[in-house]
Design a protein around this ligand. Structure first.
Ligand SMILES: [Zn+2]
Length: 153
């Protein structure tokens, strides 16, 4: 029973949405189903001298859970975005959280594409890392548009 109530707690905190694929999680789904709710343990993968940093428990689909044989937590860019050289989202967000500053996230062929990608990132990160505030800036250059994220808190 402890496990069930714990999934409920993490589910409530994360709004019944999978932290990795950003899709809803159905709490009624039977537990053998890949779409059912599970708890993913977020730890940084660095084998540093410093101890592993526990980033807390997050709600994930059973099939998305990194503890179930998937090696590395990966947050995918949305398919509808037109981005070139997209950054890997989780490490970029971790750096913003740890050090603040700014991260170049992608280049886009048009200003519209860049604005859309920036808006998507800010929205996505609001659920991925609720304690981190970010804003997107678009910087034109070389005939393309660079999407840059800055930490605001
Ligand atoms: Zn998922």
């Amino acid at each position: 029973m402890w496990v069930l109530s714990s999934v409920d707690e993490v589910g409530e905190t994360d709004g019944w949405r999978c932290w990795l694929c950003d899709e809803p999680v159905d709490r009624e789904m039977p537990s053998h189903d890949d779409r059912s709710a599970s708890i993913d343990m977020r730890v940084t993968k660095k084998k540093a001298k410093k101890k592993q940093v526990d980033m807390g428990e997050r709600l994930a689909h059973r099939g998305c859970n990194t503890g179930k044989g998937n090696n590395e937590a990966v947050v995918a860019w949305a398919d509808h975005l037109f981005v070139v050289d997209p950054a890997v989202i989780i490490p970029s967000v971790a750096r913003l959280k740890a050090k603040g500053g700014r991260e170049a996230m992608a280049r886009c062929p048009t200003l519209d594409d860049a604005n859309e990608a920036g808006e998507w990132l800010v929205d996505r990160i609001s659920r991925l890392e609720p304690g981190l505030g970010v804003e997107a800036k678009i910087e034109p250059g070389g005939g393309q548009f660079l999407v840059v994220l800055s930490a605001t808190r």
